[in-house]
Write a protein that binds this ligand. Sequence first.
Ligand SMILES: NC(=O)c1ccc[n+]([C@@H]2O[C@H](COP(=O)([O-])OP(=O)(O)OC[C@H]3O[C@@H](n4cnc5c(N)ncnc54)[C@H](OP(=O)(O)O)[C@@H]3O)[C@@H](O)[C@H]2O)c1
Length: 251
Amino acid sequence: MSKTMKTLSKRRALVTGGAHRLGKILTSALARQGCNVVIHYHTSGKDAEETAEICRELGVTVHLIEWDLSNPDKIGEFFHEVSESAGPIDFLINSASMYQENRAESVRPGEFQDAMNLNAFSPFFLSRAFAEQDRPGHIINILDGRIKDYDRRHISYSLSKQTLFSLTRILCEELAPQIQVNAIAPGIVLPPEGTSNKKQELWKEGNLLKKIGDPEEITAALVFLLKSEFITGQVLFIDGGRHLKGSFYGT
Ligand SMILES: NC(=O)c1ccc[n+]([C@@H]2O[C@H](COP(=O)([O-])OP(=O)(O)OC[C@H]3O[C@@H](n4cnc5c(N)ncnc54)[C@H](OP(=O)(O)O)[C@@H]3O)[C@@H](O)[C@H]2O)c1
């Protein structure tokens, strides 16, 4: 290992939405690296317990914290609770997110507001609280490969992820040199439950490599970014090249 690439062992990561699906995969990957984890969840208490057990079996310490992150005004309180129970945090992974289906002709103001609050503003305020610890650290924002497109079927989600992309740049500038801020923009790696085979085939056709991605590609990128001491402000697109098409998405 290069002497500038650090180990994640015995560090502590907070993963929002870390209990199930991609969040669970990210949390478990960190635990495999020997990283202690704080698993945030909202409604998935049972999944959180299961993920915690997997991590404990890997020999790391685990803290669980339940919180509704939809109110950016309460994020300072949330981070205070995390620090009180788990101690200082080295890595913040902003993965919690909502994915509503809505279109330009019928989206309601509240839908925009909800998506912006959870997917963009709460990660921003959480990042600020994290930086106030006044110690070196990393923030990884989980975006979406579609930030380059206009997704006609998920307009509030798209706008919120594009905003989180902009906030990644802002935070990178504002929190340097103490904090490195990077992002991962996945393409389809874990289709929503119940997605038909027909739809999955269509999605494969939508990217250059004609595949659905392996979620472990996201974890490999996460570990790579967290080990780096000289990368900040990057967005890694892990989407089979879908972002290069840069066009309308959805019908
Ligand atoms: N899956 C993919 O292929 C894919 C592709 C592109 C981007 N992404 C991004 O990757 C991340 C994870 O994706 P995913 O598919 O695993 O997402 P998901 O299944 O939609 O899970 C979303 C997570 O957000 C949490 N969450 C939702 N509302 C919340 C609230 N009000 N307060 C606190 N937490 C809340 C949920 O926690 P609880 O379950 O505990 O309520 C859940 O863990 C997201 O940021 C997503 O945009 C995923």
